[in-house]
Structures are given as structure tokens and as C-alpha cells.
Design a protein around this ligand. Structure first.
Ligand code: BGC
Length: 470
């Protein structure tokens, strides 16, 4: 089967109960993009020390090796908007998978720092495209009843990727095998690439291209009830008939669309201001500062990865039952409390075992708080709130913001720490998490069980952001 010939074209859509299962499998395949995202962002932590030794890389150079990927991911997410609008979400994912594969091989075979950075830039672009296209694609092919769980499954794969990367790094670190650490990523990349060949095009993208009969065929392939599939197609057609341009033109001319873009951008800024990546990138340093030995720090870091993954599983179970707003508020409240406690322990000082355990407990609680809400929900909401004609543009803006903020915060963190001290830095993050609660209460809609077209109709009719779901 060629990449242009998706299963939905090969097997005419017939509905039936297996159709719902097909929609889930399709969502899972697309979520493999999340696995690659997690693996490639997580793997560098353990490899960096060995790379530094082999190439005699200065601390500044090592920072470049790490941050080149985030910069490239920001770039990739901007490119992804155009790529997925022109060529479709499926081809965007396929392109990303090829870049993941090539990037892993370039990194593993690198003979110089420059070559390594080139490989990291390739991986970064792939991550940016994947982080853009996967939640968008998943939200467009799945039914509203499970949409939250399916997009959150993507986030679960991100956390699984980070955890697996920590584990492989730990195992391979005994022999200093950094090339294997980076090269092994080619294996899941090849699997992801093969999986992409089986994905159908998004019916919503096909409709935007004016290919109604193919869109109906795919929709019937993915929905248990053909009547429901046809109704969904006519809802999409109705939204598309409304006047107005696409993407940036819509942004310039339509104040309602500007609101959803700004909400997506704000959500991604707030997700990064929770402080999650400070923990993801600097956990071993934080633990060592709390007098942990090197191997205890490695294990404590792996535990963070594990909790991140387990708590994301909790979110999947409840996101479509409790709804987005309650989970997000609970998540931010837990993070605020955990950051206040971490700051308090730092301010109190001391090196007793109970102090150290308290610190680990606070950080684990923080990660669990992030994973039950701010992690999966921000991606879910960003993929739900944009109108179809502006979805590529809107999600490109929010994904770009995610990566730029990620890059900025992880770059300034060490300087902020040096200026404010550890306790105050944690308290600043506590305040940001408190602010996230206020923003959620004021602006975040409850999108549980609401179709993308209903959300769009309310947004474009000027309904308050908070009320887009009702
Ligand atoms: C965030 C990443 C973070 C990851 C941790 C994602 O939702 O966007 O910045 O590293 O969660 O699980």
C-alpha cells in the first residue's frame, strides 16, 4: 500500500462495531508520535556527559546540543501548520517519522559536534511537526465521547517515551554507550513510519480540500454508525460554508478566531510556567543539591518519569467523565501546593533524611499534579478550540509557543535560581500555578462530549470562551 493510498481508500467504509475499534487503532498509531517526542527529548540527559567527554565539549557547547532541539522544534511547529494544511495531517506525520529516523542515525554516527547538532536539529523539526500534527489528527478522527482520552493517550506516550529514555540511558550508561542511546531511537522511528502508512487522511482535512466523497468514505470507515458518520460530514460542510478566509487571513479579519488563538497560546505558556521542564531537565541536579548520591539521583529521576506516566493514565480514565475544567483546576491546585512545600523545605534547609524525603515527596506530588491535568489537558484543549478553517494556524501558534516557552524557561532557569535562590524560585512557580487556576476559571471551556463543530459554531458566534462547551 502506498502512503497515498490509505486503508480507507482500499477498504470502502462500511461502519459497524469494528469501525469504532478502527478509530481507536488509528488514534493509537498517531499517538506513536508522542512516543518519539518523549524518547528524543528524554534521551539526551543521560548521553550528554559521555558526548561531552568524547568531543571535549564545553558547558556552553553542551547547552547548545540540548537546546538546538527545542529551537528546531519551535521552527518545526511553524512549518507544520503549512505542511499539514497543504499536504494533510497524515503526510505531515509521515514526514516527521522519516526525519525521526534520519535524525537518530545522524546523531548516532556523528563524528563532530556540528554533525551532532545537525542531527538534533533534524529531530527537533520532527518533534515540532509531530507535536503539532498528532493531537490535531487524533482530535479530528475520534468521536467526541473519547476524544479527551485519545488526545491524552498521546500525552501518555510522551511520558512513556521520557521514561523509557531514562531507563535505556541508565542501562547503557554503564558502558558509556552514548551512540547506542541515540541510535536505538531509530527502531521506534521505523515502526512509527510503518504505522503512518496505514493511517487514513483526516476527514475534516479532506472536507477542507473539497473532497467530500473521500471524506465520507473515511468517516464511515471510522464510525460505527453510517448515519452518524453522514451527520458529522454535513455538520463539517455547514461550518465550511460560512464566509471568511483560512488561517492567517481569518486571524486578521475575525476577532472571534483571534480569541481562540490567544487562549491556545495562553494555555501553552501557562503549561510551561508550571515549572514542569525545570524538573524534567534538572531533576538529577535538584536531587544532588539535596545531598542525594549520583545513583540515588538517577533512580529518583526515573521515579519521576514513572509517576508522570502513571498519573497521565489517571487523567485518561477521568478526562471524559469528570471533564476538562475540574481536572485542570485540581491539577493546578496540587502543583501550587507542591511548589509551596518544596520552597518551604528549601527555605528551612537542613540535610536530615526526613527533609530530603520531604523534598522528593513534594517533587513527585508536583509531577503527579502536572500529569493529571496540565500535561494532557493543554494539548487536548488546544486541539479542540480552533475552528476548522483556522485549525492549522491556531495550533501552529500554540505549539510554537509551547516550544519557545520551553526553550526560554529551561535556559533562564539556572540564572533565575542563582538570583532568587531555590526557595523563592519554587515560590514563583507556585504563584504561576495559582494564576493558572484563575485563568482556567475565567477562560477555559468545558469541552467534554461536545463536537468540534458545536464548539466552532459557538466560538464564531461570539460566545464567551468559558461557555464554548454549553
Ligand atoms: C509538555 C512538555 C513536557 C512533558 C512532560 C508535555 O505536555 O509539553 O514540555 O516535557 O509534557 O511530560
Amino acid at each position: 500500500m502506498s502512503p497515498d493510498q490509505s486503508p480507507a481508500q482500499v477498504t470502502p467504509g462500511v461502519g459497524g462495531s469494528s469501525a469504532a475499534a478502527r478509530a481507536v487503532v488509528v488514534g493509537i498509531l498517531a499517538a506513536m508520535a508522542g512516543l518519539m517526542f518523549g524518547l528524543d527529548t528524554g534521551v539526551i540527559a543521560g548521553a550528554l556527559g559521555f558526548i561531552g567527554d568524547e568531543f571535549h565539549a564545553s558547558a556552553r557547547m553542551q547547552e547548545w546540543i540540548v537546546s538546538s532541539m527545542m529551537g528546531a522544534a519551535a521552527l518545526g511547529s511553524i512549518m507544520a501548520g503549512r505542511i499539514s494544511f497543504r499536504f494533510g495531517r497524515r503526510r505531515a506525520l509521515l514526514g516527521a517519522s522519516l526525519l525521526f529516523l534520519a535524525g537518530a542515525l545522524v546523531c548516532a554516527l556523528a563524528q563532530s559536534i556540528t554533525m551532532l547538532i545537525v542531527g538534533r536539529i533534524m529531530l527537533g523539526i520532527a518533534v515540532g511537526i509531530a507535536a503539532f500534527a498528532a493531537p490535531l489528527y487524533i482530535s479530528e478522527v475520534t468521536l467526541e465521547a473519547v476524544r479527551g482520552a485519545m488526545v491524552s493517550f498521546y500525552q501518555l506516550m510522551v511520558t512513556l517515551g521520557i521514561f523509557l529514555a531514562y531507563m535505556t540511558d541508565s542501562l547503557l550508561s554503564y558502558g558509556g554507550h552514548w551512540r547506542w542511546m541515540l541510535g536505538l531511537m531509530a527502531v521506534p522511528a521505523a515502526l512509527f513510519c510503518a504505522g503512518c502508512l496505514f493511517l487514513p487522511d483526516s476527514p475534516r482535512w479532506l472536507m477542507m480540500r473539497g473532497e467530500k466523497s473521500r471524506a465520507s468514505q473515511v468517516m464511515r470507515y471510522l464510525r460505527a454508525d453510517p448515519v452518524e458518520a453522514d451527520a458529522e460530514i454535513s455538520d463539517i460542510a455547514k461550518e465550511l460554508r460560512k464566509p471568511g478566509g483560512n488561517g492567517f487571513v481569518l486571524f486578521r479579519t475575525d476577532a472571534n478566531f483571534r480569541r481562540s488563538v490567544l487562549l491556545g497560546v495562553a494555555l501553552q505558556i501557562m503549561q510551561q510556567l508550571t515549572g514542569i521542564n525545570v524538573l524534567m531537565y534538572y531533576a538529577p541536579k535538584i536531587f544532588q543539591a539535596a545531598q542525594f548520591g549520583v545513583s540515588a539521583s538517577t533512580w529518583a529521576t526515573a521515579l519521576i518519569g514513572l509517576i508522570n506516566m502513571a498519573a497521565t493514565g489517571f487523567a485518561i480514565a477521568f478526562i471524559d467523565r469528570w471533564g476538562r475544567r475540574p481536572l485542570l483546576i485540581l491539577s493546578c491546585a496540587v502543583m501550587t501546593f507542591a511548589m509551596l512545600a518544596a520552597g518551604g523545605l528549601m527555605a528551612a534547609g537542613g540535610d536530615s533524611t526526613s527533609h530530603d524525603m520531604g523534598m522528593v515527596g513534594a517533587l513527585l506530588l508536583f509531577v503527579a499534579g502536572f500529569a493529571i491535568g496540565a500535561g494532557p489537558l493543554v494539548w487536548t484543549l488546544c486541539s479542540e478550540i480552533q475552528p476548522l478553517r483556522g485549525r492549522d494556524f491556531g495550533i501552529a501558534c500554540s505549539t510554537f509557543t509551547n516550544w519557545s516557552a520551553n526553550w526560554l524557561i529551561s535556559n533562564v532557569f539556572l540564572s533565575v535560581l542563582a538570583t532568587l535562590g531555590e526557595a523563592r524560585t519554587f515560590w514563583v512557580f507556585a504563584a504561576m500555578n495559582g494564576l493558572f487556576i484563575v485563568i482556567t476559571l475565567a477562560y477555559v471551556p468545558e469541552t467534554r462530549g461536545v463536537s468540534l463543530e458545536e464548539i466552532e459554531a459557538r466560538l464564531m458566534a461570539g460566545r464567551r470562551l468559558r461557555d464554548l462547551g454549553r
